[in-house]
Design a protein around this ligand. Sequence first.
Ligand code: 13P
Ligand code: SF4
Length: 304
Amino acid sequence: MLNKEEIKERIIRLKKKHSAIIIAHNYQHSDIQEVADFVGDSLEISQKAAQTDAEVIVVCGVRFMAESASILSPHKKVLIPDKDADCPLADMITPEELKRMKERYPQAVVVCYVNTSADVKAESDICCTSANADKVVESLRDKSEIIFVPDKHLAHYVSLKTKRKLIDWNGYCPVHIAITPEDVLKRKKEHPQAKVIVHPECVGKVIELADGVFSTSGLAKYARESDAQEIIVGTENGFLYRLEKENPEKRFYPASELAICPGMKKITLSKVLWSLENMQYEVKIPQEIVQRAKQAVDRMLEIR
Ligand code: 13P
Ligand code: SF4
């Protein structure tokens, strides 16, 4: 059996051989972050996929992230090392459900969170991520009705920030709603000097307790730039690896030990090697869906 270093060496050799790039989400296992060419949030992953010259893109994240890369680079081979790396939030709305919603609100413009399937993006007018959801909604100031799917907690947060009423959907991230206000208060009691930063997929009562609410890379920026020496983190716990690596002098505490995303954790270093050896699993989205979904993602990327 190969040890971790041998697996990494093989991955690096295969990357060169196939002109491949590995893009990893901030929640990935630490050994995958170490071997990745780029680690970031959903917006950065999309931007990287749109810009890269590589012929093969291995996405270490959940399926919608690999689909977004494929939508933006339709002529490249996009691989995901485990085809069952699902995001339950993304699966909480189907294109049929969104179509019915559009029939109910025929005047509404549709904003879909990037955590959706390609089919749902194809039914949407514009996509957003947690890093730009407020800017996307603000860009729609001439629209009287806005449907925002599928995350109702993100919709609530964006609605407060932009002062726009949004027509939401009953979707949520099971990982982030596991973080309770009681968890945060308990941690604050244990670490009274600590600042609290959380992801906007958290419930409103947790967001009310936070000093900062950002996408994962926004949280990383806050951690780097803040004077705080101790920070309580309300998001998926794999993210603490990056925070600790970038800020060895600071202390980070997970708001809840339960915040672990099973879909993200399905990607392992051995599966990344297998993926490059076998050029599997290739993300394949019907051309007609790619074209329509790409419009929604491109519109988002035009917003600065
Ligand atoms: P970010 O885009 O903030 O990295 O979030 C993705 C995600 O799935 C959060 O649960
Ligand atoms: Fe989906 Fe939540 Fe996992 Fe993010 S943390 S990928 S929203 S299940």
